[in-house]
Write a protein that binds this ligand. Sequence first.
Ligand code: SD4
Length: 341
Amino acid sequence: MSNRRRFVKFSLLSGAALLAGKNLFAKADKGDKKYNTIKDEPVVISTWDFGKVANAGAWDILKKGGRALDAVEAGVMIPEADPKNQSVGLGGRPDRDGRVTLDACIMDENYRCGSVAALEHVVHAISVARMVMEKTPHVMLVGDGATQFALANGFKKENLLTPKSEGEWKDWLKTSKYAPQKNIENVLPGGEFNHDTIGMVAMDKSGNLSGACTTSGMAYKMHGRVGDSPIIGAGLYVDNEIGAATSTGVGEEVIRIVGSHLVVELMRQGLEPEDACKRAVERIISRNPEMAKQVQVGFLALNKSGAYGAYALQKGFSYSVRSGKVEEVFQSKYFYEEPQK
Ligand code: SD4
């Protein structure tokens, strides 16, 4: 597409957005809304309602003055170990070949980070990611290399495919339809929603930030597919001077805009967390509005002052917050007022 055509397309999009009451280029409207802030105390925030249980694990460490890095690892290990949670770790939904492959990454207050992608047979992908960070000269290990590294370092080999996830996969094979849909990624045979991924960011008593992100990825993905969750900058980013961000939803769309890094950079430019998340969502829309209507992406961010916020493409993204004073699940704001046809 020529530059001129691209400009015209982009202008038309902004015009349409303005007509729909959305100003893609609006400055963050600081001052006329109240931003949620946890002042001068530890806080942990994570994606979706099930983040509440994970936050409790992180909070046990934070409330005792523990390190944010330890808190986020311990926090996300809870859904990883829960066979009933079919989007993370044990019991995660498999790829289309029936293999449960896990993606995870972790990042501390000092730009140190570790990641695994397409890891198999090991429940706590987040701890393997942390070990990559702490015990290797690398940032990311994938596939067999990641699995071999984990097993060689004392992680137990387990079958992660539970009878429930296996049964659903076999039902899915009857149609083999992989069609990410708005807000629900995949509609499963039973009509349930497939919300994946826990992304968690935390600030400890010393004011240091860390984050973790772990998932079994999109259900029935191609074998070998890697989403945003293990990719530093896409599914998670932490800059201890500025803030931390994480994402959930259709990872391909997050990777294209390096979403979590973008959110942190927007906070560096002065945007509040919610506005930074919103701007990242708008970037996805501006790239391909038709596609954006069909999928869900949500961002969550925490800045160095303890302000936090989220924003999603579609209705339905929730996030959980835990501090000394707050223990709550919030509904994220979202771009599309009504479900899109
Ligand atoms: C992925 N971002 O693998 C993950 C999936 C997810 O809600 O978060 N779904 O693309």
